[in-house]
Design a binder for this molecule. Structure first.
Ligand code: XMP
Length: 517
């Protein structure tokens, strides 16, 4: 990863990553508390400090360790990121009522600077601001290279150390020439353009070739989601009939999912194994009894359930691999799965992922482990896979097992939440809302509350409905459904005799995660 983006919490942080990728450069976005651990094992070519909603002089304002400044890696601080730099390096940041700017502002260039290379034809241009605080005294060594008509220091630079601060947001489209400014920063960092789909595909194939002997068989854990489908489409032409794609129907799948999975396996280049062979084969194995028993035995603790799921997953994959005479397991694990399973630097374990950390005799390869969801989607589009793959919303490996919260899982509760999920998806599809969010989460909250239905008492569960907006799933924003859609969902879901209420969950990540467990 060439560029590290430290996320101080701005609503625009993901846009920075996206714009860099459009330019052809890969980046990683990390919350400030994960930066130190990551920097111990990685050396980026540049660091971008995002904006954020806090004020730098607040007690609990987001912070970064000093180490970030001690190195000589070029740094670009945006909005709050600029305030952090200014304050840390001896300048002053203040709330200036008169200087608050929200929306478009004109920036006047004060002097030539590598950041504005190629832009000097425009003596001034429109930038997008969103700030209540301003840098009122710049630190020693810095100079002001751009200011607004209201005399705000809009851009500051310390050329010898290669540190810049921008009060405006170059990552939003409303900033004219914002992309050129980011390109100039990348030029200073001497980054290579490393986000070309062909390069990514070549690297994946090299990794597979290195891990799988020429006559060896392998299995691929196929969920039918964008990750495993894209991975299959990449490796299927090379591995041919040595590849067996396996889907475990563990009992926690969505209504109709098995059919969709089969359709995606065929689109990704597999043969259904009960039909003539020759190409990679695919099959779905019904294993819901063993999974249900294992998870029921784990009780209600989220991590115990996840570990039980992973154990059962491993047992089944090992058995099926032995039947296919395979010693290699290919998985579509993504970067967030690895990071959040606590496998990067000193990152905390947020949750055990079913596909990370299995201790098995199978040789495991995770060729997508350096990629984020939006990058895999781009690969899928590049490979011209159908929308059933490219646009497919994620669904967690453990399925509804991790969406029944607070009560032991039973076959009946799985049916209940599966039904509610299908109802909510039906309504959001009818309302044409699917493009509004990246994922829809429907779960069952295992406390019963009192209601009144048809003049009688009801005593039932609550269904929690959550939609999130994100492109990398490391952070997300809770989506707010329009009021009339909330009402339709409530009306539809509470028709079930066991459901009394619907709770809408609009929490961001952080503090929440996308899933409930
Ligand atoms: P969280 O809840 O960790 O979710 O914020 C981030 C994304 O990962 C999905 N997720 C999983 N996917 N196996 C998976 O394949 C898992 O164990 C798992 N847990 C969460 C989640 O649905 C979201 O898209």
């Amino acid at each position: 990863m060439q560029i590290l983006i430290a996320d101080f919490g701005s609503q625009y942080t993901l846009l920075i990553g996206r714009m860099l990728r459009e330019i052809g450069v890969r980046s990683i976005i990390l919350p400030p508390q994960k930066v130190s651990a990551w920097l111990k094992e990685n050396r980026p070519k540049g660091i971008i400090l995002s904006g954020g909603a806090a004020s730098i002089y607040e007690d609990d304002a987001p912070n970064l360790p000093d180490g970030v400044l001690n190195d000589d890696i070029p740094i670009l601080g945006i909005c709050y990121g600029m305030h952090w730099l200014a304050q840390r390096l001896g300048g002053r940041v203040e709330p200036r009522f008169a200087e608050r700017e929200y929306g478009a502002a004109e920036m006047i260039l004060c002097e030539p600077d590598p950041l504005f290379h190629g832009l000097t034809d425009d003596a001034k241009f429109t930038v997008w601001m969103s700030h209540g605080d301003s840098v009122t005294a710049i630190p020693a060594n810095f100079k002001v290279i751009g200011r607004t008509a209201g005399n705000t220091a809009a851009a500051i630079s310390w050329p010898e150390r290669r540190v810049w601060g921008l009060q405006f947001h170059p990552e939003v489209n409303h900033t004219i020439r914002g992309r050129a400014i980011l390109e100039n920063f990348l030029e200073v960092c001497s980054v290579k353009h490393d986000w070309r789909p062909d390069d990514v595909i070549t690297r994946i194939l090299q990794e597979v070739a290195a891990a799988v002997g020429p006559d060896e068989n392998c299995i691929l854990a196929f969920s039918g989601g964008v990750d495993s489908s894209t991975l299959t489409a990449i490796v299927a032409p090379v591995l041919g009939s040595r590849l067996t794609c396996i889907t475990l129907d563990h009992g926690g799948l969505r209504a109709g999912e098995a059919d969709e999975v089969k359709e995606n396996a065929l689109a990704a280049g597999c043969w259904y194994s009960r039909e003539p062979a020759g190409r990679p084969s695919f099959d779905i194995f019904g294993r819901w009894k063993t999974f249900l028993n294992a998870i029921v035995a784990a009780g209600t603790d989220a991590e115990a359930k996840r570990r039980a799921f992973r154990e059962q997953y491993q047992i089944d994959l090992e058995t099926l691999a032995a039947e296919a005479d395979a010693r290699v397991l290919i998985q579509g694990t993504l970067a967030p799965d690895v990071i959040e399973s606590g496998r990067v630097g000193g990152a905390a374990t947020i949750k055990t992922h079913h596909n990370v950390g299995m201790e098995t005799w199978l040789r495991q390869i995770h060729p997508l482990a350096g990629l984020f969801k939006y990058e895999v989607r781009d690969l899928a589009r590049y490979l011209k896979l159908p929308p059933s793959i490219t646009e497919r919303k994620p669904f967690p490996g453990p399925g509804f097992y991790c969406r029944i919260v607070g009560v032991p899982v039973t076959a009946e509760l799985l049916e209940l939440v599966r039904w509610a999920d299908a109802e909510v998806r039906r309504i959001t599809a009818e309302e044409d809302l699917e493009q509004e969010f990246a994922q829809l989460v429907v779960g069952l909250i295992g406390v019963r509350t009192v209601g009144v239905k048809g003049d009688g008492r009801s005593y039932g569960y609550a269904i929690a409905v959550r939609a999130v907006q994100t492109s990398d799933f490391m952070t997300c924003r809770g989506y707010q459904f329009p009021p009339e859609v909330r009402r339709s969902i409530q009306r539809a879901v509470t028709k079930h005799p066991e459901i009394t209420r619907v709770w809408f969950d609009e929490n961001d990540k952080p503090p929440a995660t996308v899933e409930f467990e």
